[in-house]
Structure formats: C-alpha cells, structure tokens
Design a protein around this ligand. Sequence first.
Ligand code: 1HN
Length: 349
Amino acid sequence: MTHFDQPLGRLEDLPPDYVAALRAQNLVPLWPSLRAVLPPNVPTRQTKPTYWSYQTLKPLLLQAGELTPIEKAERRVLVLANPGHGLEKMQASAAMYLGMQLLLPGEWAPSHRHTPNAVRMVVEGEGAWTTVDGEKCPMSRGDLILTPTGLWHEHGHDGTEPVVWLDVLDLPLVYYMEASYHLNGDRQTVKPGSGERMWTRAGVVPTPVFQRSDKRYPMLRYPWTETRAALLALAEDQPGLECVQVTYVNPETGADAENILGFYALMLRPGQSLCLPVRSPAVVFHQIEGHSEVRIAESSFTLSEADTCCAPGYTEVTLRNLSSEQPAFIFMADESPLHRKLGVFESRS
Ligand code: 1HN
C-alpha cells in the first residue's frame, strides 16, 4: 500500500484542546477535509437531476399575478431551484439560476442594470417587449433575448394575454464572487435599428463606411423563426448529421453570445435518440417544441412543451424525441464558456 491509499486523519483523531487552539486563531487542519474538497476522479456535485413541469408551475405563477402586484415584485418570478443546493440558494446548478417570469397586460418592470448576465427564453404570450440598451425587442415564443452584464433593461406588455418567459442568469456565480449588485434607472429612450435585422445573415455583417461594429453585444434578440429555420436547414443539408445543434453567438466574433453561460438550440429528428458526451459543465434543457425523454444518469424525465430540467456535469445524458413524425426542439444553457475560460473544461467521451 502506498501512502496515497491510506485513509487520512480525522478531526476526531486530534486532541480537542488542539482543535480549539487552532480555531481561536482562525486556523483549520486541511487533512480531515482534503478528500471532501478534492475527491478522486469525479467532482462532488450538489446539482441533482431536477425537472420542472410547466403545466404544474403555470397556475402557481398566475396566482402570483393575483397575489403580488408588479410594483411589489419588480420582477414577478418563480425560481426553479435545485433541491441539491437547498431551495433558498435559488440555484439550478453551481453557476446557473433559472426563473419563470410573468408579465400581465399593461404591466411594466422598470429599467435596471446589474452585474450578472441574463437571457430570456420566451415561453408563451404575445405583445410583451424588453428594451435592452435602448433596443426594443419584441418577445415571441422561442425568441432568445440577451440582457448582458451592465446593460439597462426593462420589460413592458402591450398585449392582452399573460406573457411568460424563462430567465437564465449566472447569478449564483456572480453572487459567490461577491460581485452581484444592481442600479435602478429611468425609462429608456428607444433607439432606431435592431441587431436582429442587421446581423440575421451569418455570412455578411454591416460595415457602414467599411467599419465593423465595435459593440460587445451587437445582437440582442435571436428570433425563434430564424433559429428554427437554421436547424431545419442544417438537418436537411446534412442528413447523416447526428447532433443538429446551433450555438447562439456574437455574429461579429463568433464567440459565445455571453461571457459565462453558453446557449444552444438542438433539433432531434423524429424518433431520434442522442447520447451527449460526458462533460464538466452542468446543462439545462428546456423544450421549445415537441416531446422528449431526457435520461440523466438514473433519472428519466419527459419534457413536454415549456418543461425544463437540469443535469449536473460529469453525467451521462441521453435525449430522445418521443414523436416518430415531428422534430423536437430543445433550448439548452450550460456553463461551458465559464469552464473553458477557467481552463477546467473537460469532455470524457
Ligand atoms: C432580473 O433583473 C430579471 O430583469 C429577472 O427580468 C430575474 C433574477 C435575479 C436578479 C436579477 C429581469 C432576475 C433578475
């Protein structure tokens, strides 16, 4: 037996007065906790495979609309919390926060900006908009709207039915870094133009007077009609392609749309099963269209439209389209930009 295989000393093995003397000086012995913080082969993950049903959640969200006026909420959200982290932590994974937000006709969620990055994935309802950095972004089902770090954003609703969207933020990470705060602002003045029109065609970008845009976030709204069409075109063009997936990117640089979390749309062909590679980051799956089975290690969830689930990192995930006739469309969010930037990204298959 090498000394690496030996069990390490426990806190109970030490004289209590020695431990007390250490504590009095804010000192802690490493060896009793070394295996907990640095386990062999696979990290300890508090993130549990967790599923949230939209059908179950929606009436509770509408009830929040009756119980709490928007002025008393600022953002009327039910947080999709992972019990593995403790519900009060409001975390879906180590770095991801998820919430379902309700805006009722005529309501306004005032302008603010903050350090965490956010995106909205529109779940249902028409007539709402989000103004981000002066750009008014209409919200339709399946649209992805960025509200990156530091940019002013406010939500309004000129329609007649409730609007619901999924918020994805890197709040747990930014909060853990002790870097999370917000500022309130005045109603924004809407500027002309929209990135979604100027950057829709991936091969050509606007160059007024031969100048490329120097905006860090040129495109703020990614309409579902375009993303869906891109997936269908990819599937048709590459009939043998197993993973029909697109990444939401900055159209000027090709980099991930935001700094910390990555966003993707995936199409499962009718009847298709897809084994995802085992990778270090946690992943969130949100069904945009159709029905899928998501197997995450020993758990299995059926995702119907607007359902959401999450998988910890270092875990086997298999997706299956439950329809043999229709494609299924899934929105995904993960922590890979963060893992890659920090140099801890890993793919094991
Ligand atoms: C936020 O700013 C919004 O602007 C939604 O709609 C959810 C959760 C935590 C922190 C900021 C929004 C949020 C949030």
